[in-house]
Design a protein around this ligand. Structure first.
Ligand code: SF4
Length: 301
């Protein structure tokens, strides 16, 4: 992996936005797991191939020189090897690269307090957990290889490290998922102390195990141009809850989650962090500048 060249980001025009320039980085490829809805391990391979920590740090140094502020690790399975994650965090600190902000993701069974603390110390401000479901039966169906207890523990650990933003992603619409299981997942998300829950309808393309399973069971007849499509599973599975119903449940669920109490709680939590305060201040300044510009234009047409 180290032999691959570092991407030349100068070829791309970036819009720095309010909080500065941001980009993504790939520090490894592949994932040994085989979650039923995911094609990463099929497309990128089940063998996990990391770049060396030294090589990754060299790229981050380059990004710092190019004035990037936010870096998102978009590996298939970024923290698979805990020892490497610890080493990467230590090298980020040692090379004084912890004044950049980082984003990453982590499987919940790997999200120990010590590893999350190392990530926070290296200035990871945001981690995404693939939680997927609030019921063990559906987690097992997805072949996710995690338990509800591990999810709760990961979120607890993340909160203890004072990680700024905890995303939890959920997938709804498995072929045998019942209405009460969907409701249980929404309730579960609501009870977890995560900053932002992301709900998605279950999608799959023709190389995914779920699509193949539907075809093998005779529940979906493949069409010749399927290869260029991505399907919402509820649209092609006769046993799934229809997308419309899921969307309605989601709307209700999101309304519950985004209750006033929760918004106020997160607002106070957010104000503790420089990142949010910087963003809010930058936004106010930008608005004021716009007003000054428009007054200026008015005065000197
Ligand atoms: S969902 Fe994550 S852990 Fe599961 S196969 Fe895909 S990349 Fe691997």
């Amino acid at each position: 992996m180290d032999e691959l060249p570092i991407p030349n980001r100068k070829l791309i025009e970036f819009n720095p936005g309010l909080a500065g320039k941001s980009t993504s980085i790939l520090s490894s490829r592949g994932c040994p797991f085989q979650c039923r809805f995911c094609t990463f391990s099929i497309v990128m391979g089940r063998k996990w191939r990391p770049r060396s920590v030294k090589n990754v740090v060299e790229e981050i140094e380059l990004l710092k020189d190019q004035k990037y502020k936010d870096i998102a690790f978009i590996d298939d399975n970024f923290t698979l090897n805990k020892k490497r994650t610890f080493r990467l965090c230590a090298e980020i600190k040692r090379n004084q690269l912890d004044n950049l902000r980082y984003v990453g993701d982590c499987r919940v069974e790997n999200a120990t307090f010590d590893m999350l603390r190392a990530l926070v110390t290296a200035h990871f401000i945001q981690m995404v957990f693939g939680i997927e479901s609030g019921t063990q039966r559906i987690l097992d169906y997805y072949n996710k290889g995690i338990t509800l207890a591990q999810i709760k523990q990961a979120v607890k650990n993340a909160n203890k490290t004072r990680l700024e933003i905890i995303y939890g992603s959920f997938v709804l619409g498995a072929p045998s998922e019942t209405l009460s299981e969907v409701r249980d997942t929404i309730k579960f998300a609501n009870k977890l102390s995560i900053t932002i829950p992301i709900f998605q309808i279950l999608y799959a393309n023709p190389i995914s195990p779920i699509y193949r399973e539907l075809v093998e069971k005779g529940q979906y007849i493949p069409q010749k141009d399927d290869w260029k499509k991505v399907f919402k599973i509820p649209d092609i599975s006769p046993t799934s809850i229809p997308t419309k119903v899921l969307m309605r449940l989601l709307e209700e669920g999101v309304n519950q989650i985004v209750s006033k109490r929760r918004v106020i709680h997160h607002l106070f939590k957010a104000l503790k962090y420089k990142y949010y305060v910087d963003t809010i201040v930058a936004s106010i300044i930008k608005r004021k500048l716009k007003r000054v510009e428009s007054i200026g234009q008015h005065q000197f047409p």
